[in-house]
Ligand binder design. Structure first.
Ligand SMILES: O=C[C@H](O)COP(=O)(O)O
Length: 327
């Protein structure tokens, strides 16, 4: 378990962080993914879940606590980040939170580009909510390697407690697992005490087998979390890709005893989809993973729909969606 360090916003690890391990190419090459079985299982998931009333509210509150509330737009301003941080501190109307018995509920983190780290840290001061920064030439990851490493250092110095790096997709597409491992290792080292999420950009990796192998290599190289997407690919988080990544996390845990976090990101905007993801995590990895220390949604608009559902749960009426536009 980890707890937020309110003084520094850096996560404190009670159980050890993932130290990584030497690249085990035999294991990587054994990793496979049976597409039709995975798609069959993924297709059953939303239909099998029908969570009602109090259970639904509890799942949705859990989902909020696991959101990396995100703004990653070229026209981001301090004003937008200030509003986002206010929403992160109080994600749902105070009376609704009181009625749910969760007056202190917050999101898991706020996720921004480098230039917005300092304002976000300021606006979140005293809240214990960490700032996550996308890095390494996000979203394509094609800037010079030394600049990608330097960017991580600058973002940590600016106050980011979590760094979301992007991998070089070409290393996966050409099967250069050593290059992927070395890159990830260097990124992890540059992060120092900040936790590192490895964005695989699964929509650009070609096959589920590549997703399985890239997941393993990222974990062997020390990733604290593996994350599906930047939100900028044409295909972002999906349930089949999630199954593959979650099962890689399970294999890594069985082999090493280390728990790696999972972050689906991009295109998750409905409360019912959030519940499907949480149910998937519970079924495949167990309750331990249903915590912001091991699970996050990367999402810019999911909170708005969850808030509407919670308002309906408490008041019996839906509010207009424009009232939740900030999330
Ligand atoms: O990592 C987070 C994503 O960029 C957010 O994607 P979204 O805007 O589709 O929710």
């Amino acid at each position: 378990m980890q707890t937020a360090n309110r003084a520094t916003h850096l996560p404190q690890t009670v159980e050890p962080r993932n130290p990584g391990m030497p690249l085990d190419l035999d294991w990587v090459m054994r990793a496979n993914a049976n597409r039709s079985a995975i798609e069959r299982r993924a297709a059953q998931l939303p239909a099998r879940r029908s969570v009602k009333k109090d259970h639904q509210a509890a799942w949705l509150a859990r989902a909020i606590s696991c959101i990396d509330l995100t703004t990653l737009a070229g026209d981001d301003t301090e004003g937008r980040v200030r509003r986002l941080c206010a929403k992160a501190r109080q994600p749902v109307r105070a009376d609704i939170l009181e009625a749910l018995g969760l007056p202190d509920l917050t999101v898991g983190a706020v996720c921004v580009y480098h230039d917005m780290i300092a304002p976000a840290v300021r606006f979140l001061d005293g809240s214990g909510i960490p700032v996550a920064a996308v890095s390494t030439g996000f979203p394509a990851g094609l800037s010079p390697f030394h600049l990608r490493v330097a960017e991580i250092g600058e973002s940590v110095a600016a106050g980011a407690a979590e760094i979301d790096i992007v991998i070089s997709r070409r290393h996966v597409l050409t099967g250069n697992w050593q290059a992927l491992y070395d890159e990830m290792r260097a990124f992890r080292e540059a992060c120092g005490p900040a936790h590192v999420k490895a964005i695989l950009a699964t929509g650009e990796l070609g096959t589920l087998q590549n997703v399985a192998r890239a997941s393993l290599v990222a974990m062997m190289a020390g990733a604290d979390f593996i994350k599906t997407s930047t939100g900028k690919e044409s295909v972002n988080a999906t349930l089949p890709v999630s199954l593959v990544m979650i099962r890689a996390i399970r294999d890594y845990h069985e082999a090493t005893g280390i728990r790696i976090g999972y972050k689906p990101a991009g295109g998750i905007s409905k409360a019912k989809d959030a519940i499907t993801y949480l149910a998937l995590i519970k079924e495949e990895l167990g309750r331990d993973w249903l915590s912001p220390h091991l699970f996050r949604f990367g999402a810019s608009s999911l909170l708005g729909d969850i808030e509407r559902q919670l308002e309906h749960h408490v008041t019996g009426a839906y509010s207009a969606s424009w009232r939740h536009a900030m999330a």
